[in-house]
Design a protein. Structure first.
Lengths: 195, 298
C-alpha cells in the first residue's frame, strides 16, 4: 500500500515538473531586430546617444514561474556607433571599451522577479572589459505572438531600461567624465524568436 | 588646491617636473649617493604617479591597464635588488622581465591570433625595447668618467616617455599618455638639474643600476601596452619611440673622441642624438594622426 502511494506521489511530482518545464519557452534574440542603446553625459553640456549592433543571446521565459526565467546576451564592442566615426573609434580604444583586449560585453541574469503580468526586474552580471558587476534592468514584455504571415514563427518583444556607472568598470576616461561619462542609461528593445 | 591637483596638466607635467628637480637637489645635497635612499625615492614617486593616473591597484588585475602598476612594482623590486648582481645577470633579468611583461599585457590580444599591423608593431616595440634595456643596463656597469655618461640612461627614458606620451594621446589612449608624460616630466626635472650642475662645473650624479632598471622598465611596459592595445596609435611612431634606449647604448663613449673640447655641450649633443628617433616618432605621429586625433569623444 505504501509503495503504491509513493509511486503515485512520484508520478504526480514528475507530471508537475514536466508541466512546469512545458511552460518554459526558449527564445533566441533576433539580432536584426535588436536595439541596444545608451545615453551618457557629454562633458558639461548635453547628452550623447549611442547604440550597439550585433546582439546575440537567448532567453528562457517561464510564464508559470517567472523566477525560473533567464537571459544571456552578448554584444560586439566593435559595433558601437554614436553618429561620429572618430568618437566611435575612440570609444573602442583602451580608455573606454578597450575592444582590442575585450571585444565583447556580456550579460547573464542571476535573478528574475515578477512585478506584474507584463513587467519584471532582471538582475544579472554585466561584464565589460573583463569586470562583472551586478545590474538590474526593468523589463517589460511588449508582446508575444505568432507572425501573421508565418504560422511557424512566434516572437516575443521586450523593452528594458537600466543604469550603470562606468566607474564600476576599467574605463578610465569614462569613469572620470573625460568628455563622456560617468553615468550611463541603457535602453534595450529586442525581439526574440521562439525555438 | 584640489582643483589645481585635479588638473591633468599639473599632475602630468608641472608636479612631476618639480618633483624631479626636488629629487635631484635632494640627491645632490641631502642623500648619500651610495645608499638605497635615492632608489626608494624614485620608486615612491613612480608609484605615486601610477596611483594618481590609474587609480588604486585592483586585485586580481584583469585589464592590461590594471597590470601596469604591478609591473612597476616588479621593476622596483628588481631595481632595489640588483646592485649585487652585475653585468650579464642584470641584462638577463631585464630580458626575462620585459618579455614576461609583454606576454602578460598582451596575452588576450595575442591569443586572438590575428597578425595585423598593430601586432607586428607591438612585437617590434617589445623586441627593440627588450634589447635596448638589456644592453643599456649591462653597459652602465662599466666604469666611465665622460661627462655625458650620467645623462645616457635618463635621456633614453625621457625621450621614450615623451614621444610615447604624444604617440599615445594622438592614438586615443589618454591614460597611458598621461602616465608616460608624468615619467617624462619627472626625469626631465632630474636631467635639467643635472645639466645645470654640469654647466656650473660640477659633476652630474649617475643613476644606480636599480634606478635605471625601474624607470626604463616602467616606461617600456607602458609603451608596450600602447603598442598592443591602442589601435589608433601610429605603428611606425611606436617603433621609432622604442629606439631611444638603443641609441643611448651607441652613445656610450663615442662623444669623447668626437667632441673632445666641448665638455658642456656633450650631454646636450648626446641627449639630442638619443632623442632623434623620438623626435621622428613625434613628427610621424602628428603628420599621420587621424583627423582631430584623440578628440573624437569630446
Amino acid at each position: 500500500m505504501r509503495t503504491r502511494k509513493l509511486i503515485a506521489a512520484l508520478a504526480f511530482a514528475s507530471a508537475s515538473m514536466l508541466a512546469a518545464a512545458a511552460h518554459a519557452d526558449n527564445y533566441e534574440i533576433d539580432g536584426q531586430h535588436a536595439w541596444v542603446t545608451f545615453t551618457i553625459k557629454h562633458g558639461i553640456y548635453g547628452i550623447a546617444h549611442g547604440q550597439f549592433d550585433g546582439v546575440k543571446g537567448s532567453i528562457v521565459m517561464d510564464k508559470a514561474d517567472i523566477a525560473k526565467s533567464s537571459v544571456k546576451a552578448e554584444l560586439n564592442v566593435s559595433t558601437i556607433h554614436t553618429a561620429f566615426d572618430q568618437r566611435d573609434s575612440d570609444l573602442k580604444g583602451p580608455d573606454f571599451f578597450n575592444a582590442a583586449e575585450f571585444p565583447t560585453i556580456s550579460f547573464e541574469s542571476t535573478k528574475v522577479e515578477k512585478v506584474d503580468d507584463k513587467t519584471g526586474k532582471v538582475t544579472g552580471n554585466l561584464t565589460i572589459s573583463g569586470v562583472s558587476k551586478e545590474v538590474t534592468l526593468d523589463v517589460k514584455l511588449l508582446n508575444e505572438a505568432q507572425a501573421p504571415w508565418d504560422a511557424t514563427l512566434t516572437k516575443a518583444a521586450f523593452s528594458a531600461t537600466g543604469k550603470v556607472s562606468t566607474a564600476d568598470f576599467p574605463m578610465a576616461k569614462a569613469a572620470d567624465g573625460f568628455g563622456l561619462g560617468p553615468e550611463v542609461e541603457i535602453a534595450i528593445d529586442i525581439e526574440a524568436v521562439k525555438k | 588646491m584640489s582643483a589645481v591637483l585635479g588638473n591633468p596638466m599639473v599632475t602630468t607635467a608641472a608636479l612631476p617636473l618639480l618633483l624631479g628637480i626636488a629629487l635631484a637637489l635632494a640627491v645632490r645635497f641631502a642623500l648619500p649617493a651610495a645608499s638605497p635612499a635615492p632608489t626608494l625615492l624614485w620608486a615612491v614617486l613612480l608609484l605615486f604617479f601610477y596611483w594618481d593616473t590609474l587609480g588604486p591597484p585592483v586585485m586580481p588585475p584583469v585589464a592590461a591597464s590594471q597590470k601596469l602598476i604591478y609591473l612597476a612594482f616588479t621593476g622596483i623590486v628588481i631595481g632595489l635588488a640588483p646592485e649585487r648582481v652585475s653585468g650579464r645577470a642584470t641584462s638577463f633579468l631585464a630580458v626575462i622581465a620585459v618579455a614576461a611583461a609583454f606576454l602578460w599585457l598582451g596575452w588576450r590580444r595575442l591569443a586572438g591570433g590575428s597578425l595585423d599591423l598593430q601586432i607586428v608593431a607591438a612585437m617590434a616595440v617589445g623586441l627593440l625595447t627588450l634589447i635596448g634595456v638589456a644592453m643599456l643596463i649591462a653597459q652602465q656597469g662599466l666604469q666611465s668618467s665622460s661627462i655625458e655618461e650620467p645623462f645616457l640612461a635618463p635621456a633614453a627614458v625621457l625621450a621614450l616617455s615623451l614621444s610615447g606620451a604624444i604617440v599615445s594621446v594622438l592614438g586615443a589612449s589618454i591614460v597611458t599618455g598621461q602616465l608616460l608624460g608624468s615619467l617624462a616630466a619627472l626625469v626631465g626635472g632630474w636631467c635639467l638639474m643635472q645639466y645645470l650642475t654640469t654647466l656650473r662645473g660640477g659633476a652630474a650624479v649617475s643613476w644606480s643600476k636599480g634606478v635605471e632598471f625601474l624607470l626604463l622598465f616602467a616606461a617600456v611596459t607602458v609603451l608596450i601596452q600602447v603598442a598592443l592595445l591602442a589601435p589608433k596609435a601610429n605603428p611606425a611612431a611606436l617603433v621609432l619611440s622604442s629606439l631611444s634606449p638603443l641609441f643611448a647604448v651607441f652613445m656610450h663613449g663615442r662623444l669623447q673622441s668626437l667632441l673632445p673640447g666641448a665638455r658642456p655641450l656633450r650631454p646636450l649633443v648626446a641627449g639630442i642624438l638619443i632623442a632623434a628617433p623620438a623626435i621622428l616618432a613625434i613628427v610621424t605621429a602628428i603628420v599621420w594622426a587621424p583627423r582631430g586625433a584623440a578628440l573624437g569623444f569630446s
